[in-house]
Design a protein around this ligand. Sequence first.
Ligand SMILES: CC(C)(COP(=O)(O)OP(=O)(O)OC[C@H]1O[C@@H](n2cnc3c(N)ncnc32)[C@H](O)[C@@H]1OP(=O)(O)O)[C@@H](O)C(=O)NCCC(=O)NCCS
Length: 189
Amino acid sequence: MRVFRKILPFETWRLSEHLLRLSPEDRRLRFLAEVGEAAIAEHCRGIDFMRTVVIGFFEAGVLRGAAELHFDRAASGAELAITLEGDWQDRHIGTELLGHAITIAENRGVRTMAMLCLLDNRRMQHIVRKLDGRLEIVDDQAEARLKVPRPTQQSLWEEAAMEGLGLISGWLEVFGSAAPIDAAPARAA
Ligand SMILES: CC(C)(COP(=O)(O)OP(=O)(O)OC[C@H]1O[C@@H](n2cnc3c(N)ncnc32)[C@H](O)[C@@H]1OP(=O)(O)O)[C@@H](O)C(=O)NCCC(=O)NCCS
């Protein structure tokens, strides 16, 4: 079952394991440089959950994709980075993660969202263009800027729905294998 939900501060190990499963090329595209295990561990340890929301994409209970949304101090802007493991790429899951990130940014009053990507990251640039984002080339990087709409009842509802479905799916993952009540063995007479 595909599940999108925010990851909790004590779950950064899941993010770390996901980032470590990325190919060296995908890690370079994510961090704009080649990074090793130590840098990934430090990155995950350093996440300030007071100013960051990490939306996870789970399949069969394993984190296979993540959108890290870091809010600036004034909370009018945010920076986003998205990652998906190789077998889950090009299935529009990245676009869906981006949609959830925009909804969450919207509900926090963010007005613009920035994404940094390398010039050879054509896939990410394609997604940004599709969403009418602005791309600015600075040295060997492209800075994408997306306008974030104002919050609406629908955006609040969408975030709540994602949370609710995530919670129920997590519950099913833990308890779903328990035998249902009506399947209890018959008692001997
Ligand atoms: C970038 C990334 C998040 C995108 O997620 P994804 O699920 O693979 O992307 P989607 O399937 O939602 O969308 C891909 C789009 O790019 C297009 N695309 C794929 N390869 C492309 C290429 N080389 N050039 C141009 N467009 C390309 C696809 O056709 C699709 O377009 P469509 O929606 O019009 O059909 C994911 O591939 C990833 O994690 N890459 C490695 C890390 C990374 O680059 N992170 C971004 C740093 S901000």
